[in-house]
Ligand binder design. Structure first.
Ligand code: ZN
Length: 299
C-alpha cells in the first residue's frame, strides 16, 4: 500500500480561478508537461456554461485535443449536468466528475440547483451515458461557508441515494480548506464503515495551510487517491479570502521523501510550476499561487 495515485486537477480547479483567458495552447502545453513528469490522471477542464466561467469556454476543443493526442490517458472533466456529460462524451472523455455540494446552500450558489434537482439530473446522466465512469464530487464535505460543518451522520444520509443508484467513486472535497486531521479520519471511517465498497478520493484546499496535513491524514487512513493542483493554483469564490489548493509538486515531494512509490519527476514538476507561473496571466511562483476566483462550479 505504498502506492499513491495523484489526481492533478489544476487545469480545472486552478485555471477556473484565473479571470484572464489562458490560451488553449498554453493549457495543452501544461497538460503535456504534467504527463511527461509522470502524472497519470488529469482533470483537464469543466463543461460548464461559458457565461458562468468564461475560462472554460474552450472545454470541448481542449478535451478533444487531449483525447486525440494522448489516447488511453486518464483524462477527466467536471460536469454539472447532462449537457456537460454529453459534451464530455463527444470530446472523447470516458469519465466525468459530477459535482454536488453536501450543503444545499452551496449547491444552490455553485450550480443553482436544489439537492433534489441535482440528484434527478444525475439519474439522467446515468441513464444516457451508462458507459461512462462517474465520480461523485461532494463539495463542502468538511464545512460550508453558509451552513458550517455537518455531522458524519449527515454525510452518510446524503450519500445513501447516490450509493443506491450505483455511484462507486466518491471524492470528499474540502472546498474551503476548513477540515482538520481528526475530522478527516473520522469522516473516512464513517463513510468506509457504512459503504465499504466505495472507492474514496480526497480533494483538500489549502486555505489555512492545512491541505498537506489533511491529505496526509487521509493517506495514512488508507485513501490511495488524492487530488491537488500544480503550483497550488485555485480557490473558492464563495469564501472571501480563501485561496489556493494543495500544490502537487509539494505533495509529491513529501510522499516521495516518505518512501511512497510515486514515479513522478519532482524537479520536472517544479520547473513546470515555474513555467505555469509565467505563462498563466497574473500567476506568480511561490509554491502557491494565490488568485482571486470568479465564477462558480468549485468543488
Ligand atoms: Zn477545489
Amino acid at each position: 500500500m505504498r502506492n499513491i495515485e495523484v489526481y492533478e486537477v489544476g487545469p480545472r480547479d486552478g485555471f477556473q480561478s484565473v479571470g484572464e483567458y489562458i490560451p488553449l495552447e498554453t493549457k495543452f502545453q501544461i497538460i503535456e508537461g504534467l504527463l511527461s513528469a509522470g502524472i497519470e490522471h488529469i482533470q483537464i477542464t469543466s463543461f460548464v456554461s461559458p457565461k458562468s466561467i468564461p475560462q472554460m469556454k474552450d472545454a470541448k476543443d481542449l478535451a478533444s485535443k487531449c483525447a486525440k493526442n494522448h489516447p488511453g490517458t486518464d483524462f477527466f472533466a467536471l460536469v454539472p449536468n447532462l449537457r456537460g456529460a454529453e459534451a464530455a462524451w463527444e470530446s472523447g472523455l470516458k469519465w466525468i466528475t459530477y459535482v454536488v455540494s453536501l450543503s444545499e446552500s452551496h449547491n444552490r450558489a455553485n450550480i443553482n440547483r436544489s439537492h433534489k434537482d441535482s440528484y434527478t439530473e444525475l439519474q439522467k446522466i446515468l441513464k444516457t451515458y451508462a458507459q461512462m465512469d462517474i465520480c461523485l464530487d461532494v463539495a463542502t464535505t468538511f464545512g460550508c461557508p453558509f451552513e458550517g460543518k455537518k455531522s458524519e451522520e449527515d454525510i452518510l444520509t446524503f450519500l445513501k441515494p447516490y450509493v443506491d443508484c450505483g455511484i462507486r467513486t466518491v471524492n470528499l472535497c474540502d472546498t474551503i480548506g476548513i477540515a482538520n486531521p481528526v475530522q478527516v479520519r473520522n469522516t473516512i471511517d464513517a463513510v468506509r464503515n457504512e459503504y465499504p465498497s466505495l472507492d474514496l478520493q480526497v480533494h483538500i484546499h489549502d486555505t489555512r495551510n492545512m491541505g498537506m496535513v489533511n491529505t496526509l491524514a487521509a493517506i495514512e487512513h488508507g485513501v490511495r487517491k488524492v487530488q491537488s493542483t500544480l503550483g497550488g493554483l485555485g480557490g473558492c469564490p464563495y469564501a472571501p479570502g480563501a485561496s489556493g489548493n494543495l500544490a502537487t509538486e509539494d505533495l509529491v515531494f513529501m510522499l516521495s521523501e516518505m518512501g511512497y512509490e510515486m514515479n513522478i519527476d519532482v524537479p520536472k514538476m517544479i520547473e513546470l510550476s515555474k513555467y505555469q507561473a509565467e505563462a498563466v496571466p497574473k500567476g506568480k511562483f511561490s509554491g502557491h499561487l494565490y488568485t482571486v476566483a470568479e465564477g462558480n462550479c468549485n468543488v
